[in-house]
Design a protein around this ligand. Structure first.
Ligand SMILES: [Cu+2]
Length: 475
């Protein structure tokens, strides 16, 4: 791997381009597999995000690494994670996408008290699902994540796919000053009311995008995770034809990216498997098409001069085994509606905050500019936006009445994304986050099988600061 030639101007010259109801119980506490133990410490550190002549960047990180260590276990395992907070402020760890008990979910005031500086907390839970997941703080999330706190959690299938190797690409962006330090303008009003904190530097696995070497004939699984505060990637592969095999960790029938693109919003993950069938010396690429006038090359791929591993694939790419998620019965679901309002250029006149209706100017003075069903929130201790009886199938029509996209994330469950703007979504994939385009509707459905108060919020973290969070109660 070598760094491509990137000038300082290019780096920091501004924004980069600008059936029948089946309720499957969650696994019992007694696991058939071993308990895997991990130590995880949130701490201050420094990371070589930019090339060496820039010096290191002060970060907040897990175990001294950016991104944090990959936690890896096997489906059905139980994990025990000894967490220590060595930061100067409270934090928690949320296990994004994992269907675990509410008291392990890392949400302050609901799951646990924030872990204070110098304190420890032991997270322990079973892993019902295989796939690509991740972890991050849920206290002062916008700042803690922008400073580098995140990591990927990989859960291996009981029956893993036949591949030659796998690669993890953690996609992140950073807002840096010209001296490579992180800009400390967290919670800037412009970011809260517009598209969130967008960075001016994109990294893959905490480093500048780099050259990826493959051997002709290899079959490789690529795990893509977007851990940005707010940035959406529109990914396009040039020179290879990957098949999407999992979305947000959950298997989906292998298929080509729709219109050749993989759109991946904050918090989302996509697994693809690709056969690399070029000749030695050939090249391929992964680009980000968000900046249409100048597609950004994330990965430059090169085939090594080694003799091909094989000349043609050993059969088609097969589907991964399903995760044990309760299947939907959509004959007569319980229907709910959640409307997203607010933001710049929106029409919101006011909303409720702490039980009191406030006109928009008063809301803004309180730092809130977004609302779900007319309620702006600022803590997690709040009345639920909807209540679902345990075992019931719930269909939520989410309406985005704003001019911004919002990746809406539900804790503790997986839902099927049924439709966007009335159009059926191919394969109706299981997901924990649905990326809603500006002024759109989405229908999502899930079986409420995990009791607790589960956050439902935008994963643009500055939108959360601005009030876009709520709680779905499963009784
Ligand atoms: Cu949002």
């Amino acid at each position: 791997m070598k760094n491509s030639n990137i000038t300082r101007r290019k780096l920091l010259g501004g924004l980069v381009g600008g059936a029948a109801l089946t309720v499957l119980p969650l696994p019992a506490l007694a696991s058939t597999h071993s308990v895997r133990e991990f130590n995880l410490k949130a701490q201050k550190g420094s990371a070589a995000i930019l090339p060496a002549d820039w010096g290191k960047t002060d970060v907040w990180c897990y175990n001294g690494e950016v991104p944090g260590p990959v936690l890896r276990a096997r489906q059905g395992d139980r994990v025990r994670i000894h967490f220590e907070n060595a930061l100067d402020e409270p934090t928690t760890v949320h296990w994004h996408g994992l269907r675990i008990p509410i008291d392990m979910d890392g949400v302050p005031d609901i799951s646990q008290k924030p872990v204070q500086p110098g304190e420890t907390f032991t997270y322990e839970f079973d892993l019902p699902d295989a796939g690509t997941y991740w972890y991050h703080p849920h206290v002062n999330t916008s700042e803690q994540m922008a400073r580098g706190l995140n990591g990927v959690f990989i859960i291996d299938e009981k029956n893993p796919p036949k591949i030659d190797r796998e690669e993890l690409w953690v996609l992140d962006d950073w807002r840096l000053n010209k001296d490579a330090s992180i800009r400390d303008d967290f919670g800037r009003g412009m970011d809260v009311s517009h598209g969130g904190r967008q960075g001016n530097l994109i990294t893959v696995n905490g480093k500048l995008p780099d050259t990826f070497m493959v051997r002709s004939g290899e079959r490789i699984r690529l795990r893509l995770a977007n851990v940005c505060n707010a940035k959406i990637f529109i990914l396009r592969f040039e020179g290879i034809d990957p098949q999407i095999v999992a979305i947000d960790g959950h298997p989906v029938q292998p298929h080509d990216p729709l219109e050749g693109q993989i759109v991946i919003g904050p918090g989302q993950r996509v697994d693809v498997i690709a056969d690399f069938l070029g000749k030695p010396g050939d090249t391929f690429a992964l680009t980000d098409d968000v900046y249409q006038e100048e597609p950004f090359k994330l990965i430059e791929g090169v085939y090594s001069s080694n003799a091909p591993l094989r000349l043609k694939p050993e059969g088609p790419i097969k589907a991964l085994d399903d995760n044990p998620i309760s299947e939907l019965d959509l004959t007569d679901p319980i229907r709910h509606e959640i409307t997203i309002d607010g933001g710049a250029m929106g029409a919101m006149q006011g909303a409720e905050l702490d039980g009191t209706y406030m006109p928009i100017n008063e809301l803004v003075q309180n730092g809130r500019v977004w609302a779900l069903n007319g309620v702006a929130s600022h803590t997690t201790a709040m009345p639920p936006i909807l209540t679902a009886e345990r075992g019931s199938t719930n269909l939520i029509k989410v309406q985005n009445d704003t001019v911004f996209p919002h990746p809406m994330h539900l804790h503790g469950h997986a839902f099927r994304v049924l439709s966007i703007n009335g159009q059926d979504v191919p394969f109706k994939p299981w997901a924990d986050t649905v990326l809603m385009p500006p002024r759109s509707t989405a229908e999502i459905a899930f079986v409420a099988d995990n009791p607790g108060d589960w956050l439902f919020h935008c994963h643009v973290l500055e939108h959360v600061s601005g009030g876009m969070l709520s709680v779905i109660r499963v009784t």
